[in-house]
Design a protein. Sequence first.
Length: 248
Amino acid sequence: MRVLKVGGNELKDAHFLSGLAAAMAAFDEPVVIVHGGGQAIADLQTALGLPIEKVDGLRVTSEAAMNVTEMVLSGYTNKLLVRALLAADVNAIGLSGVDSGLLIARKKVHDSADLGYVGTVMAVNTPLLDLLLTEGFTPVVSPVSLGLDNHAYNVNADEAATAIAAALEADQLDFISNVPGVLQNDTLILQLSNHQTNQLIADGVIFGGMIPKVRAALNAVEKGVTQARIVNLAGLNTDSGTLFRVEA
């Protein structure tokens, strides 16, 4: 059982889309895909004249911004990925966290600001995913989730993928990126523990945009996923990348 998290920026590349679909067609095990789409959301908000506000890297989501988020993630981005998979004969079905209460979320609380309709996953409707997987479908999940107040909530795609992987007791969660994994002196590190990762961050080997990537992978294994991996599309095909496991 495998869960893939795909970033929204990668999905803008037609070559990436077709390559991902080809890789998926070659998989033997059941797979759930969770996707993001942050830049596409920002682009549409800007086009509509809606302000973009962030607090500590978290996107503040007003009612209007939530409408845009749901349109982009559960509509355009989700179906873009589903169509690419279907073209490669992968029996994909698009869902959002709202559908049948797939992802139930509570409002995320911040110390100094109201984030609006930003949520954290509380529960996953695993029977729905189990049913689809048993019937041979590949679920493609937008992280827009259903709140306890019956409102849609914007949930970080990394968090949604981790929640789904933990609920399904997945063997592996792959965070597909535009980099092959964690590099040190231009050499790929094949495996990292929690301690080793934090040391590399302290030493400045892991920096910038790679820090949230490794934090997401470590959080996944801490939540019970057997192993998590940061990998690019080429590494997905060759079973490469940087693997994170729970320390013994």
